[in-house]
Structures are given as structure tokens and as C-alpha cells.
Design a protein around this ligand. Sequence first.
Ligand code: ZN
Length: 393
Amino acid sequence: MAETTAGGPAEGRAALGPLAAISRHYGADPAWVLAGGGNTSYKTADRLYVKASGFALGTIDASGFCEIDRARLDAIWSRQYPGDKDAREDAVLADLMAARAPGETKRPSVETLLHGFFPQAYVVHTHPAIVNGLTCSQEGEAAFARLFGGEGIWVPLVDPGYTLAVAVRAIFDAHVAQKGAAPAFMFMQNHGLLVAADSPEAIAALSGAIVAKLAGAIAAAGVREPDLRPVIADPGETEAFAAALRGLAGDGVSVRHRADAMTLGFAADAASFAAIAQPYSPDHIVYAGHEFLRVEGRAELAAAWASYQARNGQRPRVILAKGLGAFSVGGGPGQTEAASAQAASRVLDLFADACKVATYTRAFGGPRFMTPEAVAFIRNWEVEKYRSSVAGR
Ligand SMILES: [Zn+2]
């Protein structure tokens, strides 16, 4: 693959100002990224600076990037890894940690490998609802080929980690062999967008063009933008429903409520709810849960809650009630009130994002959810990540 011509070894961290600025630009805009998701990078001939784990794009500065030795990163591609999935992911992670520049202590994300093989100086990976309206739809791949095929690549649903990096690399190399140039962007099924360019200005121009093209296709299909106008639902019953949720969820939780035309539409009946009844992307599962709960009203809440818990071994995080809208439950004992409130707000943000994605899929043949296997993988992966954070690895 071609080396980037941007920058040089002497530039170092001093050159990260533009990367930090463009990271904050996309990271602080909920249309592009929610809940600290997404990642960005900048590379010189011998270094890759990629968003480190634990930093949010919306507030990142030059100190939030992990410095990687590109030669060591590239060497990962010529290594043999164990066939066992867990052992392989552990070994790759160890090699990623070992690829850090001398003195670097921050942790690179598992998506660092993807950033490494795009030759462009800047890479911005986000999860825009309008893009996922296409990547999470029945006709998404065909629509992508029709709208964008020549310049970008489409990546089917693949488990995250090294597995994803290997799959993307094969598609990337095939594109280079066919077109004689690296792709400028990729759409990842049930996941999001990656844009690569040699300057922040080119990233912004390309990102804007992608969104404009999608908006045009959605409008041409007769699909309207999600209707986010607030609806004043029955305030007394809304408060009674929230109180019932607090009673079921126990001490320390925070309950948040959202009522707009979009949300009430998906809560209206079982057929409408079907469009958000399964997960669209890993981030939706991680933050809002793999399954929302819908009830006709407060009278059936307790029984529906109990059956949800019995089925899933955990409480629901999003509860829709016909005519009232959506409620989110976050936090719990041992968390501060502010932390619980923030968790509940984040759940509601990701829920609203799923509703937007569902709305946009109408332009591309309707929803295409993650497969049950992919959902199970993410749920299990979450447990593993939790374990490793507890173990302090
Ligand atoms: Zn992502």
C-alpha cells in the first residue's frame, strides 16, 4: 500500500491540533456521534495517532491520542495468530499495545488496525443515523452501490476486533486492485461510516457530500425527516408511569422521558414497534440494551417487566408506552444521582438514534437488524470488556 505523503517523523504531537479540532467537531455533534462513540486518527510516514480508549471525541485534545509505531502496527499483518477467537483477540491486543511508541501509556482501541491501512493522513470514523439508515436496511448494499459504489467500499456485518480488520483489509485490497487507488470512505453494515482524506478540509467536504447524497435519496423516496417536535402527552399519567418504573427498578435509578411525534409513532402499536424491536448496531446494544420493552399502558407494566427480566436476566433500559412515549432507566445503587441521570440520558439518546435509523430505513426497503449471532457476540463481548476493566488489564 502507498505511504502517505503528509507529515514526517519530526512533526510529532505538535501536528495534532487539526486532528483534535476535527475530532471535536464531529464528536460534539449528535448527528455524527453519541455517547463517546467513534474514533479518529492522523498519520505521518512512521507514526499513527489514534484516539485512545477512555477519551471522548467531543472533548478530546492533542493529549488524548495514542502514538503508534506504524512499522510495528503493519507487522501485525504478517503474524500468525491462534485459531481460537479469544486467544487470537488477546494476542492481537498484546501486539497492538507493543506497537505503541516508546513512552506511550494510553490504550489504543481495537479499531486501530483499520486506521492503519488507509494511506490517507486523516481518518474519521462515526455512526451517523442518516448513514446507518442505509447500512441497516434491506436494500442497503444495493443502494450503496448505486449511490457511492465507485469511490467507497461496503463492509458486511462482521464481528468487531481482529475479525473485522481482516475482513475490511480484504475488501480494501480488492478495491485498490480494481481501481488503482485506496477507497475514500467505507460504509459498515449495521455499524457506521469511515472517511479518509489527506486534510481536515477534505474530510469535511467528503462527509458533507455523503450526507447530502443520502438526504437527497431519502427525500426522493418520499421519506420525511424524523418528526422531533415535542408532544405534550398526559402529564399526570406520564409521572405515574415514571414512578411505577422507579418502583420496579429499585434504589438509585434515574428515569428519563421523551415524547415527540417520532417516539409516539413507534410506541403506537406492535406493528410500528417492530421497526425498532431488534438492534441496529453494536452501540445501540451497548448503551440502550439489545431489546426495548413496549406496553399498552401502566396496567400491564409490572407483568411485562417481570417477563422481560426472566427472559433476559436483566432489566429493560428503554420502555415504550402507547400514547406516553419512551422512558429510559439508568444507574442504580452505588452511583451518584448525576451519574445515574447521565446514564439514563445516554440510553434515551441511543434509543432516539435507533428511531431515526428506523425512519431512514424506509427509504431503502425497511429495517435490516443485526443477526441474533451478532447480537449475542456483542452482549458477550460487553461482559468480557467489563471483566477486563474490573481486572484492570
Ligand atoms: Zn464504530
